[in-house]
Design a protein around this ligand. Structure first.
Ligand code: HEC
Length: 547
């Protein structure tokens, strides 16, 4: 794998407002261009061009019951918000996706292509025309209940009325009521009131520490900012707006201890005073704990155990960087996800591994940390990390008045702790011992939230698999990932809806494992097509849409 340079990353950051100014200039230039060349190649309309982009990338949150506070389902809603939409997508703020996609790629990314940003710009600059509303795509329908399907346990917090004017981080303790250990194979957080629940962290606690904090507070739950304020508690999962169910690959499970309290820390942003919520979590368990591989979730890179040049202390009016390093023991490890955690003055963080062969394995880089949009990120495939690799994290904290997220004005000294004015530097990983074939397990395909199928991943995948084609819909090219259980010849075919073959590609002896092929589809007229992969005795087929 290629190595990369980190030098640039820690050079003083351009203050955010300068980037905006630059954006405005670029935007002004674009604007001028659009209008000086008086004939636009094509009229951009909501019905034909913009609705598909919003339906694919925005309305999952921006629907009447969604987390995005306002709906973008109809033309008039998009029209009313057009300048704000244009600004948010041009500035890269919407859809929300903090990780730097030039550094590493994740499952279920929420990003727009440059061409889609351009389309939105063209639409707004061209007068935000509706086009023929009768030809607009059918709006997507969003289910309000669980997306996960069958489940074994539902835990609901007591109904709570927000009693704070500013941001509130409230922890609710729910005894699992389970006397025996279980292996969680899937879990879904279902916000009670999507308009006010901004993020949820789910922990298990067997120390009764959370229970005692709850008892000491008169109202339901108790208030704690960074985590749940109990050092022995373990993070199980996180939820931010737009998250679907958290489903582990087949045969994997997260251990839920007997008699554990499940604790949800919920962030209710300012402006939610007097609103009511009752969020719940549903769990699916493995029928039996035997034979299930246990997935750990731990802050392996940690301000307490492997911070270099510590302690984590950032004097008022200073900018500081810190590094953490941890060497894996002499066993190969499989990683499923990564979740960095800092508080408010953390500005950027990067995490990566270096293998004994000196390969750099990038995990995540967040250039503009936003505490409000922290989350866990699943890798596209389970990632194999060689034994004795070093894991690293580097983070920058800006405790000056220039940092718009600084909670203290004027800045005060900041040190390690749980409260709003303290800081943390943690990188959580979901991990397990490596088994041969783990790196072939594709995580993206378990996303039922976007309507794709869940595949059966045992330790060894025994038959040809064709994963979802991407990007889909597309106008320029389409990529196919497929898995071959053994090395074989392959025929790839694209057909139209009438079954007419438009393209065939025959390849000799493709090596077992996952293969990616990309096809230029820019010459195909808009419509629905089918791509098939054939190994002689087995054939798999998937549809894609050309816009
Ligand atoms: C994962 C959920 C999610 C997705 C996807 C999403 N948004 Fe948002 N959006 C939000 C939330 C939540 C807010 C409220 C502000 C915040 O919490 O950051 C918001 C705020 C906004 C705002 C208002 C900003 C303001 O403060 O006035 C605009 C405009 C917007 N989104 C446009 C879009 C567009 C356009 C897309 C698709 C290209 C999109 N969003 C995709 C969740 C989402």
């Amino acid at each position: 794998m290629p190595t990369f340079s980190l030098n640039l990353y820690f050079s003083p950051q351009v203050p955010t407002f300068k980037i905006f100014l630059k954006m405005k200039k670029i935007y002004a230039a674009l604007f001028a261009l659009t209008f000086s060349g008086s004939v636009m190649a094509q009229t951009t309309t909501w019905a034909e061009h913009v609705a598909p982009i919003l339906y694919n990338n925005c309305t999952k949150c921006h629907n009447p019951d969604g987390a995005g506070h306002f709906s973008l389902m109809t033309f008039s809603e998009a029209f009313m918000t057009r300048y704000n939409i244009q600004y948010m997508v041009t500035a890269g703020k919407m859809p929300p996706w903090p990780p730097d996609t030039t550094f590493s790629r994740f499952a279920h990314e929420r990003t727009l292509k440059a061409s889609e940003v351009q389309t939105i710009n063209d639409w707004v600059n061209g007068g935000a025309l509706s086009g023929d509303l009768g030809t607009a795509p059918t709006p997507p329908v969003y289910a309000s209940g669980p997306q996960m399907g069958a489940y074994d346990l539902e835990l609901t917090m007591p109904t709570y009325t927000v009693n704070a004017v500013n941001d509130l981080y409230r922890c609710f303790v729910i005894p699992s009521g389970l006397l025996t250990q279980k292996m969680i194979t899937a879990l879904e957080v279902i916000p009670g009131n999507r308009n006010i629940v901004h993020h949820v962290l789910v922990y298990q606690d067997t120390t009764y520490g959370a229970y005692q904090l709850d008892q000491a507070d008169q109202e339901p739950g108790y208030t704690s900012f960074g985590g749940i304020g109990v050092s022995g508690a373990k993070l199980i999962a996180g939820w931010v707006p737009g998250s679907g169910p958290n489903i582990l690959p087949n045969g994997f499970g997260v251990r839920l201890a007997p008699n554990a309290d499940v604790v949800m820390q919920i962030h209710y942003p300012s402006g939610t005073f007097n609103e009511t919520d009752s969020t719940k979590i549903i769990f699916r368990f493995a029928p039996s704990v035997t034979g299930i591989r246990s997935v750990g979730n731990a802050p392996i890179l940690n301000h307490q155990t492997n911070l270099q040049g510590g302690p984590l202390f950032i004097p008022a009016d200073s900018i500081r960087t810190f590094k953490e390093a941890y060497q894996l023991p002499g066993v190969n490890v499989s990683l499923i996800s990564v979740a960095p955690h800092m508080h408010l003055i953390g500005r950027n963080i990067v995490s990566y591994a270096v293998s004994p062969a000196q390969d750099t394995i990038p995990f995540i880089r967040i250039n503009n940390w936003d505490f409000q949009w922290q989350g866990g990120y699943n890798f596209k495939k389970v990632m194999k990390i060689p034994a004795s690799s070093w894991l690293y994290a580097e983070a920058l904290y800006d405790n000056t008045a220039n940092n718009p997220f600084n909670p203290s004005d004027p800045p005060i000294d900041v040190s390690l702790g749980e409260s709003t004015t303290d800081e943390m530097m943690l990188v959580y990983f979901q991990y397990l011992l490596y088994h041969s074939g783990d790196e072939n397990i594709l995580i993206d395909s378990s996303d039922i939230a976007t309507g794709t199928e869940a595949f059966d991943f045992s330790d060894k995948i025994k038959s040809l698999q064709l994963y979802d084609l991407y990007p889909n819909p597309s106008r320029t090219d389409i990529a196919a990932d497929f898995y071959l259980p053994k090395t074989t010849d392959v025929a790839i075919k694209i057909t139209d809806m009438q079954g007419k073959t438009l393209f065939t590609q025959n390849e000799k002896t493709i090596v077992a494992g996952i293969t990616t092929r990309k096809f230029d589809i820019s010459s195909l007229p808009a419509g629905v097509y089918s791509l098939s992969v054939n190994t002689g005795n087995v054939s798999r087929e998937k549809q894609f849409i050309v816009q």
